[in-house]
Structures are given as C-alpha cells and as structure tokens.
Design a protein around this ligand. Sequence first.
Ligand SMILES: [Zn+2]
Length: 381
Amino acid sequence: MINRQRVVSEFMELVQISSPSRREAPVAQRLIPALEALGAHVEVDDAGARIGGDTGNVLARIPGTAPSAPPLLLCAHMDTVVPCQNIRPVAQGDVIKTDGTTILGGDDKAGIVAILESVRVARERRLPHGPVEILFTICEENGLLGAKNFDVTRLAARRGLVLDCDGVNELITRAPAANHVNFVVHGLEAHAGVCPEQGISAIKVAAEAIARMRLGRIDDETTANLGMIEGGLATNIVPNRVTVKGETRSRSLAKLDEQTEHMQRCFDEAAARHRVIVEGREHTARIEARVARGYERLDLGDDTPIVRLMTRAAERLRRTFRTRATGGGCDANVFAGRGLEVANLGCGMRAIHTVSEWVDVNDIVATAELLVALLQVNAEN
Ligand SMILES: [Zn+2]
C-alpha cells in the first residue's frame, strides 16, 4: 500500500535540506508544493516574524471525502538540532544514517514523510477520510516556540497526533509539565585580599543552595536539573552576582509545584545564612527568583477518543501497539495546554540529537500505514 521508494527518496531529499531552528524556510518551500499536490489549501502564519525566524508555521487544510468524519490534526516539526549543515545520508539496506559528522534530521523529518505519504496513499486509493489539517511547525527544538506562537483557533480539528518520538507502534499519551527556573544570587563585592570579610560571595551562597538541593531523578514522574551557571568577574573580587538556570518537570502538577518551591527554598535559606556589617550597615545575600511554565503536561487516558482511534487503527493492521509515558516535552504538550486532544506517535527516529542518528525505512513505512488506518477508522466513526 505504501510506496516505499517514494518514502525513501522524499526522506533522503528532506534531510539534505538544512533546517536549524529559525531557518526552516528552505524546507518549508519544499513542503508547500508537496502539500498543494495533496489538494491542500496552504497558509503560513506569522510565528516566524514574531520569533525572528525566516518562515512561519505551515498549515495545510485538506478537505474531507467522508461526509461526517471529524477533522484530524497531523503535526510534525520542520526544524532540527545542530550540527545540520551538509547532511550526507548514507543508506545501508533498510537503515539510513549519517556520515558521522552531522545529525540526520529524522527528528522530525521521519514524521513529516510519514504524514505526507499517508495522505497521498489515502487520496490515490480514494479511501474516504475526514478533513485533515497538516501542521508543520517551526522552532520545536528551541522551546516549542512555533507551537506556542500558533493560533489553535485556526484549526477545525479538536484532536490528532504529533509525530515526534522515537520508536514505532507506540503512542505517547503522558508527558510532564515543565517549569523553567532562574535564580540570580546577589552578594556583596569586596577586595578578595584586602577585606574579604566585607563581602558576601554569591558563588558560595549558590554552592550551598545547590549542595542541599534534590536534583536529577526525583521520582518516577519528576526530574530536576540546573543546567547553566554564570557569575563572578575576577579571582581577586568577592563575587556579588551569580545566575543559575534550570528546570523541573513532572507529570504531577502537585509534585511540580513542590519541587519548584524546594529549589527556591534552598536558595532563600542559603542566602539567609550570609550577612555582613560594613561601616555599621547590614548587608544580606538576596535571591531574585523567576519561575515560568515551559509547557503543560500531556495526560490522555487510554479511553480518550484519539487513543481509542489509534488503538483501533493498530488492531486493523494486527500490530502490537502500546501507549506509554515519557519525560520529554514536544508540541503536543503545547496543544494539550490549549485544550486539544493530541498524542505523540513514534515515527522511527533513533539516537536523536546525536551524530549517530539513524532511521529504519521499515519504521517510517509502518508509521505511514498506521496513519492510513487511522484516517480510515476515523472516517467510519
Ligand atoms: Zn522532535
């Protein structure tokens, strides 16, 4: 049913078009005619202009052929992580990998190819299907910025899939919400050799806070990480400022709050232990904390309509299929936070975000088959 050769050549072509975040225009220009060839009306939104990119999100609307079938959203992202210049894919049997100097970009071009091929096949075979809205987003890899700047009220679909996960025949239905945390530690500067007792070392305050902090794997649904630290001016100055940036994620919102407060408390308590009196005036270390929700959680029960549709599609193909949780976030989290019912389907990408990235063509074909079955099942509903 799936045209395997077409899948391979489209994938090979797309991965060779470099598309780091904010520079997706060349791949968008290649995808727009491909979408129009599917009978789609294509629009590009203004998300790129708002976040400094060279193209917006690409939304393609394909009219349905089954009268009462509800519309479905199929989404993948156009950007990749780096290094992604001069990608030279190497095919060895069914496996496509890199030459070892770049990423491959199967994240997320495997998803894009599976979506395009499935709709192509549905049209060629005149399979009745509901309206399909294909959304190719920008800037997923640098903070889900394309999805965050996409106006979901432009969609007719209330449910659908993001294809942006490793593995195959697997549906991510649960994923954490995330908080970005940013702490600025304010100390007091002083000459390190002449009068260190008149200073408060922001580095020492930060070190004490971090030493007492629970980080890493907190429990089976909660993680925390401090990923960046910056501060100090010179070895002979007691440092008066350190910035520490991190994140925490949890599939439980209560645990997310608890861990966020814990991280904040560690800094506040460390600051409270550091005070000096200089010329009769008391100085205390001080923390400036900023917490921002990175994205909302994904939490779909196995009985939600999109999960039931996917399960029936897999049954139709006699596939072993499972739902599972992940610790990662993707565009689906953003759409879930805005009330859409969107799960994340595995599409065959492997060893992503590394120069060892690879895909097995069989997995992309299997994913496209699942999507065709999904369109059919949805039309019969
Ligand atoms: Zn991705």
